[in-house]
Design a protein around this ligand. Structure first.
Ligand SMILES: [Zn+2]
Ligand SMILES: [Zn+2]
Length: 150
């Protein structure tokens, strides 16, 4: 974790002012460059955190963007998930419980992959962004990785 948040308030304010001056004069990139250069020469590094308002990783002191003053995202531990493959008996029933469609209508004859001809598919987890945003059930060919929606 960054050590800069442990330095004195006076030092923090001094650095905040310096970065903000850069930001006002030459913009975000130059403010970030200044902080990166500072970090090369100092043990107590200024943390870079994600600022939604600046749409960038920005130098952030006490989780506050030194450029725009908005709260930055406090870094969390990375988390990884593994999806487990589990056979789906009737994928149409699974995806379209209301019925009214057939597999052939959705994916062509024998649900063959248009790219490689195989027909083993992995239904992408609904937590994924592509699925959540489109509202469609996506599946990926287990043989070639080509994606299609059901
Ligand atoms: Zn910002
Ligand atoms: Zn394929």
């Amino acid at each position: 974790m960054s050590k800069f948040n442990k330095v004195s308030v006076t030092e923090k304010n001094r650095i905040k002012k310096l970065i903000y001056a850069k930001y006002e004069k030459n913009g975000l990139i130059s403010a970030c460059d200044w902080a990166s250069d500072f970090n090369k020469n100092h043990i107590a590094e200024i943390p870079f955190e994600w600022c939604v308002a600046c749409d960038n990783h920005t130098p952030s002191i006490d989780h506050e963007c030194t450029c725009c003053g908005q709260a930055t995202k406090v870094p969390t531990q990375p988390q990884f998930y593994q999806a487990v493959l589990k056979p789906i008996k009737d994928v149409i029933k699974h995806v379209y419980p209301q019925g009214g469609v057939t597999l052939e209508e959705r994916m062509g004859k024998n649900a063959s992959c248009a790219e490689c001809g195989e027909n083993k598919w992995w239904l992408l987890p609904s937590e994924g962004v592509a699925v959540a945003q489109s509202g469609k059930a996506y599946c990926e060919c287990l043989n070639c990785g080509s994606k299609t929606h059901l």
